[in-house]
Ligand binder design. Structure first.
Ligand code: FE2
Length: 422
């Protein structure tokens, strides 16, 4: 497939009828009503029949860990299902990981994403190993796969920054190796004071090296875990909200409503993004609860009703923290919609933004380059279903994944038959 392409019989979100979408030199050149008589005389080298599927901008995975992907059960299963046992299992597995091991598992994760229409991913890489092997592999891989997917690499100090003597140096070294962003885990530091100090260190490094910030923050059911306010305050004071995200923030689920309201207004004031990871958090949280068991997801509905940018991540793919996952963003979206009471018809239609436009905002993707519009790069996905509602309902496969006018991947429709009368 060349990058001069005409895609016929495609549908646009929220519009009726069929359209033709022309791509020239990798740029969307024209979108017009589909005319079968003209289509028959097309002079384009490649003509693709979308068969009535809706076109969307590529999916954005705002939070994923490639370095642990596909390690579930190696060398043992996380039998309690808790975050802390997951960290222990993960550390054990990392102890035997090699360069080729990291590489092959990360490539498998990327293959899953490409097949599922993900063209942008923010990848958190554990930098608590002295060798920084996982990070070096991911930085190299990022360049090798950029024809398939844009990867942002975040230095993720899984074991904390202030709680371990060498961790700050390792984090700074990771930053100097060329990461895009800096992370942290303030709620996992030994003390509240250590957590606050770690946030200041992250902001200092981000300012010094001109990096974005994405902190695993308050990923706990503890209603006394209150680090988002510290992150938001720093983002406001340093005017860094547009390059700051907080991931997980599950404690917000458990705060009293008065404090939750304060935190939400601080996030809004800071103009930070929130990344929710509903799949892993619904199984990692609530582990200390008897019934009723909390859902372990942040207050997506309340955040979005305040106009705060919320996007979603898969977080984990078949690892010690979450044993399932395929690369598709739909299970995460589906889980978020259920857990957050977001199944009104308007909610369902707009929910796709959490894995498209909102993700693009979280990742600071240039708005001039993201979206299905004339003049923008032809990065787009064509779904098997005709509208967003059916895509979300069916969690439908991506029919075609196209990047700069090149066909990256396709999924052929499954054929099903019932052999008796209904
Ligand atoms: Fe994570």
């Amino acid at each position: 497939m060349h990058n001069n392409v005409k895609i016929n019989r495609v549908r646009l979100p929220g519009e009726s009828g069929l359209y033709s979408l022309s791509i020239k030199k990798g740029i969307i050149d024209n979108i017009e009503a589909f005319d079968p008589t003209i289509a028959d005389k097309s002079t384009f080298i490649d003509v693709l029949d979308a068969e009535g599927g809706v076109v969307l901008p590529p999916f954005v995975d705002s939070h994923i860990h490639y370095d642990s992907a596909y390690t579930a059960g190696e060398s043992r299963w996380n039998t309690s299902g808790t975050l802390l046992e997951g960290i222990k299992c993960n550390n054990d597995r990392q102890g035997i990981a090699t360069e080729s091991d990291y590489l092959s598992r990360a490539k498998k994760a990327i293959q899953g994403q490409v097949l599922n229409g993900v063209q942008y991913a923010r990848v958190h890489v554990d930098v608590s190993q002295e060798s920084l092997l996982a990070l070096k592999v991911m930085l190299k891989l990022k360049e090798e796969v950029k024809h398939l997917i844009n990867i942002q690499v975040v230095a993720f100090p899984q074991m904390g920054i202030t709680s371990h003597p060498k961790q700050y140096e390792l984090l700074e070294l990771a930053v100097q190796l060329g990461v895009d962003g800096i992370g942290g885990v303030p709620h996992l530091e030994m003390t509240r004071e250590g957590g606050v100090r770690s946030i200041h260190q992250i902001f200092d490094l981000a300012e010094q090296y001109n990096k974005f910030i994405d902190i695993h923050c308050d990923e706990t059911d503890d209603d006394q875990s209150r680090f988002v306010e510290v992150v938001a305050a720093q983002a406001i004071i340093r005017n860094m909200g547009s390059v700051t995200s907080v991931s997980h923030i599950t404690a917000l689920h458990s705060y009293n409503n008065a404090y939750a309201s304060k935190v939400i207004s601080l996030i809004k004031q800071a103009k930070m993004s929130v990344v929710s990871n509903p799949l892993s958090n619904v199984i990692l949280q609530g582990r200390f609860d008897n019934y009723p068991v909390r859902r372990g997801i942040t207050r997506i509905k309340s955040l979005m009703s305040e106009g705060i940018n919320v996007s979603l991540g898969q977080d984990n793919l078949a690892d010690a923290f979450y044993p399932l996952g395929t690369g598709s963003m739909f299970p995460a979206l589906n889980m978020a919609l259920h857990l957050c009471h977001l199944l009104g018809s308007k909610d369902i239609d707009s929910s796709i933004d959490m894995i498209t436009y909102n993700g693009a905002k979280t990742l600071s993707i240039n708005p001039e380059e993201y979206g299905v519009e004339v003049g923008k790069p032809a990065n787009l996905i064509i779904m098997q279903d005709p509208n967003v509602y059916e895509c979300v309902r069916n969690q439908s496969p991506v029919r075609f994944n196209i990047r700069h006018g090149q066909l990256l991947a396709e999924n052929l429709p499954l054929k099903s038959n019932i052999f008796s009368k209904i």
